[in-house]
Design a protein around this ligand. Structure first.
Ligand code: ATP
Ligand code: MG
Length: 550
């Protein structure tokens, strides 16, 4: 086993590492640090959360002199990552009191100018703003010795190629260059050929592109069930911190708001927000004031927050690299994590591509039932109670207890207290989520069709599911236009959410014949029998007072 000392690091740095609790180097650190100390160019690939930052920051700190001129530059794709890496370099270099300055767009340029004027040794920035400063002449690279491109592939993907080239052209030719990422697809080749000199490739041999510490599962559900499913998953999993990734900024805003509306401590993060808001959201999330961060891929790369226990892909990522980085926000530095991906039936192929590229099997799971959620809450309450019993401060409650036990039996009293704590109003668990109401975006597109669907669904109430059977009660009024497609939609909804294939599930849609004229029921029956559900023909028959769809 290698030690940090054996890698050739100075005593002062070794001391800092001991203080930080770093006992031994990670594999990427063991390989990259000696090469970088020897002045070689390095192209390094290693799984998420395996300490790539220290792999470049430690040799950087050793090479930088006390002279107050910019000697090292780290480029990162996002502002949040630039800030985090700057803080990491500062932390690793604290025995040296290194001056490290993050430089990124959206931050007042005056502050950066002041910082630069004071003389910094290391700059960590996003390509756009760094180039800005170079062109203004407020940043000079005459003494630059080391350039690191963190998440190099992402910077190219984001269209920063020109900026990167322009920046690299303004650096001394004899500088040292290093690229780091958990994914380095072939597109990075041309950049490496032009801007590195005889680079050494370091790639940590791993069976999978993702880390084994992350449990990877997926649920297949319909798009319109996603929000319900998300809430169900959050309730069942009770993450310490969770990041929910969505595809678009609008969706991030919408899901963030709807989660807030349902009482979750959630906030949104994406590139349209002002820097002040982005900073505040990140600070609150890191401090644990938020439970859920809803984000675009802006949060997919590099962010290192130990407490993130769950990553949820609300939308399946459009490329495997994005999947790798997104789920890599959990399961860091050997910790356990859970990654949950929602896919709609049409997205199965995308999932297969991800599995193939990452060489990982993602396990299909059944959506947790309300009973599962209740069971989890009870377990959690049990743990909390045990903790509370150990903690001081119970005396004042004993008086109340003495008062109550005069009249009541202790067991009944405790049970009532538990009931209040769990706040479970329903004694019988209803295990269906059924609403015909489509999400807001769909409603707009569907126009007046949706208003009919809503009306038909007003009184729809889920009934209790028995083994393997989902029942949906549709209370349809006399004047409702009954659209078979809506009924089928509700059934598909339920089947999708329960994660079962429709072939294996028996479904009943009931209509009260008291309110619905027989003629309408006949029409519905005929129409239902012309409908298909996930490629299977629907069979609907009238059984006394009920229309049964199977
Ligand atoms: N040798 C070590 N011993 C213990 N912890 C370490 C060691 N090296 C790094 N860490 C910790 O591991 C965590 C992940 O490190 P880092 O952010 O550098 O990962 P990464 O490889 O850059 O991941 P990503 O690909 O997601 O950017 C950090 O919290 C860091 O403090
Ligand atoms: Mg990193």
């Amino acid at each position: 086993m290698t030690t940090f000392a054996a890698l050739g690091l100075s005593d002062a740095l070794l001391h800092t590492l001991r203080e930080l609790g770093y006992d031994e180097p990670t594999p990427i650190q063991a390989q990259a640090i000696p090469l970088l100390l020897a002045g070689r160019d390095v192209i390094a690939q290693a799984q998420t959360g395996t300490g790539k930052t220290a792999a470049f920051a430690l040799p950087m700190i050793e090479q930088v002199t006390d002279e107050p001129v910019v000697q090292a530059l780290v480029l990162a794709p996002t502002r949040e990552l630039a800030v985090q890496v700057a803080e990491a370099v500062h932390r690793y270099g604290r025995h040296r009191a290194l001056r490290v300055l993050p430089i990124y767009g959206g931050q007042p340029i005056e502050r950066q100018l002041r910082g630069l004027a004071q003389g910094v040794q290391v700059v960590v920035g996003t390509p756009g703003r760094v180039l800005d400063h170079l062109r203004r002449g407020t940043l000079r690279f005459d003494h630059l010795r080391l350039v690191v491109l963190d998440e190099a592939d992402e910077m190219l993907d984001m269209g920063f190629a020109e900026e990167l080239e322009a920046i690299l052209q303004l650096t001394p030719a004899e500088r040292q260059t290093a690229l780091f990422s958990a994914t380095l697809p072939p597109a990075v080749q041309s950049l490496t050929l032009r801007y590195t000199r005889q680079p050494v490739r370091v790639s940590i041999a791993a069976e999978q592109l993702t880390t084994p510490h992350i449990r990877q599962i997926y649920y297949e559900i319909l798009a319109r069930d996603k929000l319900d499913a998300l809430c169900r998953v959050l309730d069942a999993e009770m993450p310490q911190l969770a990041i929910v990734f969505c595809r678009t900024r609008q969706e991030v805003d919408e899901i963030g708001e709807r989660l807030q509306g349902r009482g979750y401590a959630a906030e949104s993060l994406h590139g349209d927000l002002s820097q002040a808001v982005r900073d505040r959201v990140m600070r609150r999330f890191r401090e644990g004031q938020l439970d859920v961060l809803v984000a675009t891929d802006v949060a997919a790369r590099g962010l290192d927050i130990a407490e993130v226990s769950h990553v949820i892909n609300y939308d399946v990522p459009t490329d495997p690299e994005s999947y790798v980085h997104r789920i890599g926000r959990t399961g860091r530095a050997g910790r356990a994590g859970v990654a949950i991906t929602f896919i709609t039936p049409r997205e199965r192929r995308m999932l297969q591509t991800i599995e193939r590229v990452t060489r990982t099997r993602i396990e299909r799971c059944q959506m947790p039932t309300l009973a599962d959620v209740a069971a989890r809450r009870r377990l959690a309450l049990r743990d909390q109670l045990r903790e509370a019993m150990q903690a001081p401060g119970l005396t004042s409650y004993m008086d109340l207890l003495d008062e109550l036990t005069v009249e009541h039996d202790l067991r009944t009293l405790a049970a009532a207290a538990l009931k209040l704590l769990l706040n479970e109003t329903e004694t019988e668990q209803v295990d269906t989520i059924t609403r015909l109401e489509p999400p807001r975006s769909e409603q707009v597109e569907r126009g007046e069709r949706s208003s009919r669907a809503r009306r038909a669904a007003v009184d729809e109430r889920p009934t209790r599911r028995e083994s393997g059977m989902a029942r949906i009660r549709l209370n349809l009024g006399r004047n409702d236009q009954i659209r078979p497609a809506d009924i089928v939609g509700a059934i598909a909804n339920e089947a999708g959410l329960s994660g079962r294939s429709i072939g294996a599930i028996e479904v009943q849609a009931r209509m009260s014949l008291v309110d619905v004229p027989r003629r309408s029921v006949r029409q519905v029956l005929q129409a239902l029998n012309r409908t298909t559900l996930r490629g299977q023909r629907v069979r609907a028959v009238l059984v006394s007072e009920e229309v049964v769809v199977a």
